[in-house]
Each structure stands twice: as structure tokens, then as C-alpha cells.
Design a protein around this ligand. Structure first.
Ligand code: ATP
Length: 517
């Protein structure tokens, strides 16, 4: 199965099992806008809780806020979004499809990497244990040539982006014969800038309405409240402010399901530090954030850092945490050292002094900022992509069957426990209900009595439920039940009183947190 097939299956699975639906589907949908279904919302809420608690519970110097989506229009002038929150757009004249010029070039660059990796893989197989990958990469003519070509294009690309040189971006596309994937032609328009902010009118009066933007990021709500939080919370530097909320971007190319949406949710934390200490904190948060991802147990090799070569003019370090999606390694989270740019801009535009008096140094300064910014939806996608498995298992009559199972980290799974009476009679449903009545205050339980036990297990596998408990006639006699573990499919007989303990241990966020501090 190709990665594309896997991705298609994942999208279909999200719909079939109530995780993600296209928005307004009965009206043929709205492009790049999605709704979360009954299981999707549980998973999403669990992701948000994992993030929120890891910020505000684990760090006594990080507090949370919740700011409005609508903000004063000048906020977006000060932040630079009115003038510079643009993507370079290019159209193909034949297919009439629209692309981001930078993404077309980035895709070309990754093809050179992929070609080099392919050569390495081939050689690895050929030479076995004696293979020296570093030496091979430095000396194999095909690898060297691919990487050299990539580097040449990359140097031109970075310079064009830094100089904001749109005609050079187009020239790179022409020179490298990048074609439209739909029409297959090089018939491109010029590259032009496109502002990604949505706007709307606030107020009823036709002439007095105020043009405002839907926030394209949650961070500005934090910056403009820096003084409020610092003073009311008597916060001492270094400290952080965390926020989870919706953001809106009129993305040019909105594809890849919930990877790039026009309405999405962010979890951002701005950490305010003393100037000069920012790189220490940048590295610290880099490490902490990677641990947070890896603690979920999806496989450490699925994550990597991608340090930025092109830094925004105000940043002095930036990296992305990428996850291996079915369509390659992609950014899930950005970590940026933003200097004092944001607070200084708001100080200038608002005319209000935004400084911090450092009692230890007896001096005032504008704090520097380290930002960690992660998309809830991208995180959701990475978890679903990492969890989706198709396994060959033995069916009832010994034949081969495929089981689709979501190997979600138990702590994030929407339903933790399914309680299944073996038969719909003899008092088994009543006992099953009693188990749920007892446990429903601790975690999300589901009752299911329809179809064979095998089918019920499959349904729970498909939504990622880590535990199924089966109630049978023996349960009525000796208070024992069968507990089935999702990933191993192993079953064990335990006393009913043990269910809570076994499950609580496996779904405990506390344990995860212990492993990341
Ligand atoms: P990209 O380069 O993919 O457009 P970005 O660098 O513009 O992303 P940031 O502005 O750093 O993204 O936003 C922080 C995080 O918000 C991203 O790492 C991502 O997880 C999430 N995010 C940004 N844009 C979108 C979107 N259109 N849909 C879903 N999530 C998004």
C-alpha cells in the first residue's frame, strides 16, 4: 500500500468512526473547514488537557489565559500581520489551480533528499553491516550530485525569500522546470503576495463599522495582556503565559485534510525572559517540547527537529518539531526565539510602556520571548496517523482477517473501557451496567451488547479503546471478568474490583508527566 493509500484510508476512517467530518457536508462541504465528531472531540480534548496541564501544572511559573478572537485592528498592524502575513501565490494558467510558490520549491528540494536517501537505502541493503553511511553520503557521485543541486537551489530560494523577491521565486520555478501536478504544464502566472487574514465588520452602523480581523494566531492576545498578567499575578521573570484557542487563516492551498485548515486551533505559550538569556531558554523549551511529544510512545524516530535557515528579521533562533505524516515529515510545532520584537512593537503602537522592572538587577527592560506554538489539529492528525494500523489476524475459523486498530496512547483514547455482556440475557447486561455505573466517574466507558463479541472487539479497536471487559456467566458466580488488551489482544481473567486499578494506571497523565520533567 502506498502512503497515499494509507492517508486516504485514514481520512475515510476518521469519517466512518465519528472522528472528523467535512464541515457543512450536506451542502457539499466548505473547503478546508472540518467538524470533530463524537470520538474526535474526546481525543482533541484529551490532547488539549495533556498540553495545558503540562504547561500550567508542571511549571509553577507558567499561567494560562483565554483571550478574545476579535482584537483591536491596530494589534495586527503592530504585529506585522497587516503588512507581512502573506504567502507568495502562483496560478497555473491551464489548470487554474493555485499554489504557494514557496511550497512548490520546497517540494522540489525534498525530492533531492528523497533521491539521495534512496541511494543510501539501496547501498545499505547491498553492503549490509559494513556499510558506512556518512562516508557513502560524502563520496557516492549520485548522492553528492543530488545534494549539491539541492544546495544550489536552496541558496537561491533562501535569498529570494529574504529579499522578498517574487520574480526570482518564479524564475526558480521556471529554471527547475516545476510543472503543475494537475495540468502538467509550466504555464505559470507571476508570483504575487496574498494576505492570509480574514476580516469582518464590527458594529451595526453602516458608516461606523470597524473593520476587524479574525485572529490568525493566539499569541497576540498573550502579548497585549503581558502587563495585566505580570502585575495581577505578580509574576517574576522568567515566566510564561499559555493559551489554547481558535485561529483563522485564508490559506491559499488548503489540502491534506486537517493538516492545513482555514479555521483551526492553536496551543501557544510565550515565555518571557531576560535579554541575553533567550538562547538558554530556547534550548530548554526545545528539549522539553520534544520530550512531551515522545512521551506519548508513538516512536521517537517519528519526530525530528527542523532548524530554520531563513529566520524572520526579529528572530534569533527557530526550529520546528516535525512528525512523519503519511505525506512525509511535516511541522507540527514551531519554537521561536522572538527577541523583544512583539512587546516593543505593541509599546510603540499603543504608546503604553511595556517593560518589566527586574528587582534583582534594579533595572527595567522589555523582556525577550520564547514561543512554543502547536496546532491542535495537526497534533490530532499526527496521533491518528501514528496510531492507524492494519493487522493480519486469525479469524474464528482459522482464516486470515484484517483488523483495523487505532493504537492511540491510552491516555488520549476517546473511550477507555468498553463493557460487553456476552449475552443479552441471564442478568449479564445488568451486571455490565453496574460496572459502568461504578466506573463512569473515573473515565469514559461504553456499553455494547450488539453482535458477536468478535465484532464488538473490532469496533472498539477501530476507535482505539485500550480495554474491553467481557461479562459472562462465570462473572455472576465469582465476580470475575475477562479484560482484553487492545494492542496485544491478550485476555486475562481478573476480579471485577481490579478493573479500575488496572485501567487507571495505564491512562494516567501523572505517569506521563513524571517521564517528562
Ligand atoms: P506552515 O508553514 O505549515 O504554514 P506556519 O509556520 O505558518 O505553518 P505557525 O504560524 O508557526 O505555522 O503556527 C504554529 C502552528 O500552528 C503550526 O506548527 C501548526 O501546527 C499550526 N498551524 C498553522 N497553520 C495551520 C493551518 N492552516 N491549519 C492547521 N494548523 C495550522
Amino acid at each position: 500500500m502506498t502512503n497515499e493509500d494509507i492517508f486516504k484510508k485514514l481520512i475515510a476512517h476518521c469519517k466512518e468512526y465519528g472522528f472528523v467530518f467535512q464541515s457543512s457536508e450536506i451542502y457539499d462541504g466548505l473547503s478546508a473547514v472540518y467538524d470533530y465528531g463524537q470520538y474526535g472531540v474526546e481525543l482533541k480534548n484529551n490532547i488539549k488537557k495533556y498540553w495545558w496541564d503540562s504547561m500550567v501544572l508542571l511549571h509553577e511559573n507558567v499561567v494560562g489565559i483565554d483571550t478574545a478572537i476579535f482584537m483591536h485592528p491596530t494589534v495586527w498592524k503592530a504585529s506585522g500581520h497587516v503588512d507581512a502575513f502573506n504567502d507568495p501565490l502562483i496560478d497555473n494558467k491551464e489548470s487554474k489551480k493555485r499554489y504557494r510558490a514557496d511550497v512548490l520549491i520546497e517540494e522540489l528540494l525534498s525530492k533531492f533528499d528523497a533521491k539521495a536517501d534512496k541511494e543510501v537505502e539501496k547501498a545499505k541493503k547491498k553492503f549490509g553491516e559494513n556499510f558506512d553511511e556518512t562516508l557513502f553520503r560524502q563520496t557516492n557521485p549520485r548522492v553528492v550530485e543530488n545534494l549539491k543541486k539541492k544546495e544550489e537551489i536552496n541558496v537561491r530560494f533562501v535569498k529570494a525569500l529574504n529579499d522578498n523577491n517574487l520574480s526570482e521565486l518564479k524564475q526558480i520555478i521556471i529554471d527547475n522546470e516545476i510543472v503543475c501536478p494537475v495540468s502538467g504544464t509550466k504555464n505559470w502566472t507571476d508570483v504575487r503576495q496574498f494576505n492570509l487574514m480574514f476580516s469582518t465588520d464590527m458594529g451595526a452602523a453602516a458608516d461606523g463599522a470597524l473593520k476587524i480581523h479574525l485572529r490568525p494566531e493566539t499569541a497576540q492576545g498573550i502579548f497585549v495582556n503581558f502587563l495585566n498578567v505580570q502585575k495581577s499575578g505578580r509574576m517574576k521573570i522568567p515566566f510564561g503565559i499559555a493559551q489554547i484557542g481558535k485561529a483563522f487563516r485564508n490559506e491559499i492551498v488548503a489540502r491534506q485534510f486537517i493538516f492545513r485548515m482555514r479555521e483551526f486551533e492553536q496551543m501557544e505559550m510565550q515565555f518571557f525572559v531576560k535579554p541575553g538569556e533567550e538562547l538558554f531558554w530556547f534550548n530548554k523549551w526545545k528539549e522539553l517540547r520534544m520530550k512531551w511529544h515522545q512521551a506519548l510512545g508513538m516512536g521517537n524516530h517519528k519526530y525530528r527537529f527542523h532548524d530554520h535557515e531563513k529566520l524572520a528579521h526579529y528572530a534569533n533562533a527557530a526550529t520546528d518539531i516535525e512528525f512523519e505524516m503519511p505525506f512525509g515529515f511535516k511541522e507540527v510545532e514551531g519554537i521561536h526565539s522572538r527577541t523583544d520584537f512583539d512587546l516593543a512593537q505593541h509599546q510603540q503602537y499603543s504608546g503604553k510602556k511595556i517593560t518589566y522592572f527586574d528587582p534583582e538587577q534594579s533595572e527595567s527592560y522589555i523582556p525577550y520571548v520564547i514561543e512554543t506554538s502547536i496546532g491542535v489539529d495537526r497534533m490530532f492528525l499526527s496521533i491518528m496517523a501514528g496510531a492507524y494500523c492494519e493487522e493480519d489476524v486469525e479469524g474464528k475459523d482459522g482464516s486470515k482477517e484484517t483488523r483495523v486498530v487505532l493504537k492511540l496512547p491510552p491516555v488520549l483514547a476517546p473511550i477507555k473501557l468498553a463493557v460487553l455482556p456476552l449475552l443479552k440475557k441471564d442478568g449479564l447486561p445488568e451486571l455490565a451496567r453496574k460496572v459502568i455505573e461504578k466506573l463512569k466517574f473515573d473515565f469514559n466507558c461504553q456499553y455494547d451488547e450488539k453482535d458477536s463479541i468478535g465484532k464488538r472487539y473490532r469496533r472498539q479497536d477501530a476507535i482505539g479503546t485500550p480495554f474491553c471487559v467481557t461479562i459472562d456467566h462465570q462473572s455472576l458466580q465469582d465476580n470475575s471478568v475477562t479484560i482484553r488488551h487492545r494492542d496485544s489482544m491478550e485476555q486475562e481473567r481478573i476480579n471485577i474490583e481490579m478493573i479500575e486499578k488496572i485501567i487507571s494506571e495505564k491512562i494516567s497523565m501523572k505517569e506521563l508527566f513524571r517521564s517528562i520533567i
